[in-house]
Design a protein around this ligand. Sequence first.
Ligand SMILES: [Zn+2]
Length: 397
Amino acid sequence: MSNLLIRNVRPNGGAPTDILIRDGKIDTIGQNLQAAGVATEDGRGHIAISGLVEAHTHLDKSVWGMPWHENAKVATLRERIDFEREKRLEIGIDPHRQSMRQAIQLAANGTSHIRSHVDIDTTHGLALMEGIIQTREALDGIIDIEIVAFPQSGLVTRPGTVELLDQALSNGAEVLGGIDPCGIDRDPKGHLDAVFGLAEKHGKPIDIHLHEAGELGAFSMEMMFERIRALGMQGKVAISHAFALGAPDYLRVAGLIDQIAELDVRIVTTGSPSSTVPSILRLKEAGVKVAAGCDGIRDTWGPWGQPDMMDRARILGMKNGLRRDVDLEHALHVCSTGGADVMDIAGYGLDIGCNADFTLLVGETLAHAVVEVAPRPLVVKRGRVIARNGVAEVAIP
Ligand SMILES: [Zn+2]
């Protein structure tokens, strides 16, 4: 736990001030602070915000830093899942090495916390998760990693998967995942009963991938709402993607959003350019907690993405058609504080007593910083400088 004095920064774009960190926590905020013997950094008038939060990614999938992976075929969701499961060893996607690469880049770009879905299936067992746990330990004090045990290949249709998820939740996964109850297992009742049953048994929250669009996705959501009510799991369930909330039927979507707000269901969006996505402004109006993530970065699914939540804030802004400064600020909020709300991160924030996890941003204002996506001048984790000008102070394997 470090002590550090950072001079001349502008918290959330406000007036210039100094921040004094003691034992990894924000101790004092004020002008012309004195702290004998404490290392000092010059913030040069840059904006300071709390650490960015990557609330939806897949650290076990990226080919970042490996030879270019040629995507040669058009494939459905199911085909991409099967291809990845069969080929990941052949391609050489080492989960520990690849997650180190992605997580360190995220940290260098100002991210303080990651929620990563990690595949659990009957081909790989818990091996992929073990690689990510190794990374989590290696990066202790650099970036915090939360693991979602993710049955990407299906659950009902692949006997043995429920038992593996059970083990994963006992062995270090904090959250239980799920995926398209209708589209992947083609058995929404079977899939959701298994997921909610396991989560209840372990007392763990749920974060389900729901790519199902339109009425099919709405149907799956309603089946989730029924189970949340029956089990009293308000505030314990997140829906990732939630493409059904981007459907054009305004009143149908309004009914779903009302229930999401009532049950404190959290929404995690990627602002996927190729899909219908939930409106972050509509969810804000309804008081729903919303986080964002980059999803897979340069993997066998697709070539796109950067390990950078400011890049994602910009994508969210473009996909949601945002123009007003106040709305760009909200896109940034979703990529930072919104993630902390969705993940229930304790000690998060720029207030006295909070963990000293923050990043400096280049820009006159927060909205300007979202558009600019310039390298982060300085990133601090628990009071320790971990990156300068977008370059990590930690070796990347
Ligand atoms: Zn995903």
